[in-house]
Design a protein around this ligand. Structure first.
Ligand SMILES: *[C@@H]1O[C@H](CO)[C@@H](O)[C@H](O)[C@H]1NC(C)=O
Ligand SMILES: *[C@@H]1O[C@H](CO)[C@@H](O)[C@H](O)[C@H]1NC(C)=O
Ligand SMILES: *[C@@H]1O[C@H](CO)[C@@H](O)[C@H](O)[C@H]1NC(C)=O
Ligand SMILES: *[C@@H]1O[C@H](CO)[C@@H](O)[C@H](O)[C@H]1NC(C)=O
Length: 349
C-alpha cells in the first residue's frame, strides 16, 4: 500500500466503468415494454455490441433485466452474513472500487452475473416467453424404469450462447480496464457459466391417483440461482490470486505464489487483495461493519466477534409483533392474535 505504482494503478482504475454495467438494467429496464428497438437506447452503459444484440433480440431483454435483478438480490442474500455484504452492487451501473478493481469480490460478482443471465434466458426459453428459442431437447439418455421424459427442459445451450455473447462482449470489444483485468473477468464469467451448466439435473413431477407417483415425467432443469451463488461463494473463499504473465506465445493467468497449484477452469481468480472491510475506506470500497447487526450465538462469519472485527457490540432490545394463538375455523379460515415479544439485538461498535 502507498507505493507510487499502486496509487497510480488505483487512479487509473477509478476512472473506469465496469463490464457489468448491464446490472443497472434493474433501474432503467423495468417497466419498459421491449417491443420497439429504440427502447435499447434507454440502457445507459451498453457497449455497441450489446446495443446491437438488444435491437436484434428485444424479446430476450425482459429475461436480461430479470437476470440483473436476481444477480443483485442473490449476491446480497448470499453475503448477508459477511463483512463485505455486496452493497455496492445496488448502485449499478456505477460501482464502488470493491467491484471496479480486480478483487475477489468482483470475481464473485462477474461469475454470478454471467451465470444469472444464462440461467434466465434458458428458463425463459422453457417457459415459452421467447419466440426465438424453445424447450431444451429431450435428453438422449434412456429414461429410468420409473419415469418418462416429458415436460419442458431449460434450454441451456441457447442460454449459454446468448448469455455469454451479451455478458462478455464489453470484455471482448472495448477499452474497459487493463488486459489483466479483462482476462480475469472473462475467466470468472466462464467459471460462473460452468457452475451453472454442472447444475443441470433431472427434475421430475409426479402424476397418478392422489399423488401416488405411479407415473413420473422428468426433464433437465437448472438449479436455483441462490444455489449457484452459494457454490460460487465457496469458490470465492478459495479464490486464487493470479498475475497475467507471458507464458510461451501468449499471456496467461498464473498463480502469484509459486507453491499454489495451477489455475483450473473452476477456480475463481483475482488480481489484487481486498481491504478487510472492517473499517470504512471509501478509496478501497470498504464501508466498514459499524452498526451491522451481528449474531451473538453464532460461531460463523456473522458472529459478533468476526463481523465486528473484535471491536465489540452494543445491545438493545426491540419489540417484535408476531401472529400467535392461531385458531382454525371451519371452514376455511384462520384467526390469530397479535403478541408482542421483546428480543435482544446486537450491533457492531
Ligand atoms: C408496445 O407496447 C406498448 C404498451 O404495451 C404499446 O402501447 C405500443 O403500441 C407497442 N408498440 C408496438 C410497436 O407494438
Ligand atoms: C434451444 O433453442 C434453440 C433455438 O430455438 C433450438 O434450436 C434448440 O433445439 C433448443 N433446444 C436445445 C436443447 O438446444
Ligand atoms: C451492508 O453493510 C453496510 C455497511 O455496514 C450497511 O450500510 C448496509 O445496510 C448493509 N446492506 C445490507 C443489504 O445488509
Ligand atoms: C444466530 O446463530 C445461531 C447459530 O448459528 C442460529 O441458530 C440463530 O438462528 C441465529 N440468530 C439469528 C437472529 O439469526
Amino acid at each position: 500500500m502507498g507505493r507510487p505504482t499502486a496509487a497510480a494503478a488505483l487512479l487509473c482504475q477509478l476512472g473506469l466503468s465496469a463490464a457489468i454495467q448491464w446490472l443497472g438494467l434493474t433501474e432503467s429496464g423495468s417497466g419498459v415494454a421491449w417491443n420497439e428497438s429504440h427502447h435499447c437506447r434507454l440502457l445507459a452503459g451498453l457497449v455497441p455490441d450489446q446495443f446491437q444484440m438488444c435491437r436484434r433480440n428485444l424479446e430476450v431483454m425482459p429475461s436480461i433485466v430479470r437476470a440483473a435483478r436476481h444477480t443483485k438480490s442473490s449476491c446480497q442474500k448470499t453475503f448477508a452474513d459477511m463483512r463485505w455484504n455486496c452493497s455496492s452492487i445496488q448502485r449499478a451501473p456505477s460501482f464502488g472500487p470493491d467491484l471496479l478493481r480486480g478483487t475477489r469480490e468482483s470475481a464473485f460478482v462477474y461469475a454470478l452475473a454471467a451465470a444469472a443471465i444464462t440461467h434466465s434466458i434458458a428458463q425463459a426459453c422453457a417457459s415459452g416467453e421467447v419466440p426465438l428459442c424453445s424447450c431444451g431437447s429431450v435428453p438422449s439418455e434412456v429414461p429410468g424404469p420409473d419415469f418418462r421424459w416429458g415436460g419442458c427442459g431449460d434450454n441451456l445451450s441457447y442460454g449459454l450462447q446468448l448469455g455469454a455473447a451479451f455478458a462478455d462482449s464489453p470484455l471482448k470489444s472495448s477499452k474497459l480496464g487493463t488486459q489483466a483485468l479483462k482476462a480475469m473477468n472473462l475467466h470468472n464469467s466462464a467459471v460462473g457459466r460452468q457452475v451453472l451448466s454442472d447444475s443441470l439435473d433431472t427434475k421430475c413431477k409426479c402424476h397418478g391417483v392422489s399423488g401416488s407417483c405411479s407415473v413420473k415425467t422428468c426433464w433437465k432443469g437448472l438449479a436455483k440461482l441462490d444455489e449457484i451463488a452459494s457454490d460460487l461463494k465457496s469458490k470465492y473463499l478459495a479464490a486464487i490470486k493470479v498475475t497475467h504473465r507471458l507464458i510461451g506465445p501468449r499471456k496467461q493467468l498464473i498463480p502469484k505464489e509459486m507453491e499454489v497449484r495451477p489455475v483450473e477452469e473452476t477456480d475463481l481468480v483475482y488480481l489484487i487483495n481486498s481491504p478487510d472491510y472492517c473499517t470504512p475506506n471509501l478509496h478501497l470500497g470498504s464501508l466498514g461493519t459499524q452498526d451491522r447487526r451481528c449474531n451473538k450465538t453464532s460461531v460463523g462469519s456473522d458472529s459478533c466477534n468476526l463481523l465486528c472485527c473484535g471491536r465489540g457490540y452494543n445491545t438493545y432490545t426491540e419489540e417484535v409483533v408476531e401472529r400467535c394463538h392461531c385458531k382454525y375455523h371451519w371452514c376455511c379460515y384462520v384467526v390469530c392474535k397479535k403478541c408482542r415479544r421483546k428480543v435482544e439485538r446486537y450491533v457492531c461498535k
